[in-house]
Ligand binder design. Structure first.
Ligand SMILES: Nc1ncnc2c1ncn2[C@@H]1O[C@H](COP(=O)(O)OP(=O)(O)OP(=O)(O)O)[C@@H](O)[C@H]1O
Length: 328
């Protein structure tokens, strides 16, 4: 069952198209990862989906349908500020790169939780405060820290508190933008293990945005790889790791050491991401692609589905073989 259905979403900054016709589904209870290097459009995508984008970003096309199990679907791109307020926290919660974007520095952590809970539920302050303490415990922060100010918590604790806060109203979807980049690897592991546990307990869906493929391979059910604002591959985490179809995904996979599998030579991806103001007519990855053929420069590859994997590469397009066979 689909919870979020994104179709042909386009987001522009003036004439720059940072997200170009991106389509994907997030299932109920699924952890869906969005992977891309800096500038690929991940944050733009995530802020457009949650309608948190700020000018000059503008949604120039597409739809985002949110389909709750117990109600009528809502189209997020077209919905009113009032509808959005009702959905936030309650249905869709967001965790940012820096916890301080979610936590108010001059408010006790418990007060912030209580306010978030009481904005959507009619509970007494004391009850909301108790619930806040419970939520903190869920992410491994002692109950008695509920009266602390954010600066009295360590960086890792703050990040966990921001995750706990996102769960205050039991949302169906938690959108996370690199929530562990600011903490060390040990803390990162604890936070991700904790997130998996919470997800298994409460069954919410997660849309997790990051540049870290190894992290997503362990965390996500499915992964969408973005390049220059477009989705170039969507597949299960297992397939992205074991059998990536797109040359860009193959390059990313070969750039990080295998944790469990046989040793292999590490190769980076040569060249740099394209300038979005001057994108080529054909495949944006063509200049860096070790497998490019002549057609790649002229023809924009669309996502093609095969065995549950979607990849946008001409090499996977049967019509290319037809063209080659015809030209022989
Ligand atoms: N305020 C802005 N004004 C104009 N263009 C912007 C603005 N913000 C982003 N862009 C453009 O959109 C592209 C995508 O940016 P975005 O922040 O979504 O990428 P990202 O993949 O999230 O990168 P990062 O991981 O560095 O945040 C950028 O390459 C940039 O060209």
């Amino acid at each position: 069952m689909t919870l979020l259905e994104v179709r042909d979403l386009v987001v522009e900054y003036g004439t720059v198209r940072a997200v170009d016709k991106v389509s994907f589904d997030v299932g109920r209870g699924e952890i869906f990862g969005v992977l891309g290097e800096s500038g690929s459009g991940k944050t733009t995508l995530m802020t457009a989906i949650t309608r948190l984008q700020r000018p000059p970003a503008r949604i120039a096309g597409g739809t985002v349908a949110y389909r709750p199990a117990d109600g009528t679907p809502v189209e997020l791109v077209g919905c009113t500020p009032k509808q959005l307020r009702e959905l936030r926290w309650e249905r869709v919660a967001v965790v940012f790169q820096s916890a301080m974007s979610s936590l108010n520095p001059v408010m006790r952590v418990g007060t912030q939780f209580a306010d978030a809970i009481r904005a959507h539920r009619s509970v007494k302050r004391a009850e909301a405060w108790d619930r806040a303490a419970e939520l903190l415990e869920l992410v491994g922060i002692p109950r008695d820290r509920v009266g602390s100010y954010p600066h009295e918590l360590s960086g890792g604790m703050r990040q966990r508190a921001a995750i706990a806060l996102s769960l205050a109203c039991r949302p169906d979807l938690v959108v996370m933008d690199e929530p562990t980049t600011a903490v060390d690897v040990v803390m990162q592991r604890q936070i991700l293990d904790n997130l998996k546990e919470l997800q298994a307990t409460f069954g919410f869906s997660v849309l997790f945005v990051t540049h870290d493929l190894s992290l997503l391979v362990e965390l996500a059910d499915r992964i969408m790889v973005m390049y220059a604002g477009r989705a170039v591959e969507i597949a299960s985490a297992e397939d992205i790791y074991r059998d990536p179809q797109h040359p860009y995904t193959q390059g990313l996979r070969d750039s990080f050491p295998s944790l469990h599998g046989p040793r292999r030579e590490l190769r980076g991806i040569g060249g740099a991401p394209p300038d979005l103001r001057h994108l080529p007519t054909g495949c944006a990855f063509e200049p860096r692609c070790p497998q490019r053929v002549d057609d790649c420069r002229e023809t924009l590859p669309l996502l093609i589905e095969r065995d549950r994997t979607q990849a946008a590469c001409l090499l996977l397009d049967d019509r290319l073989e037809v063209r080659h066979a015809g030209s022989r």
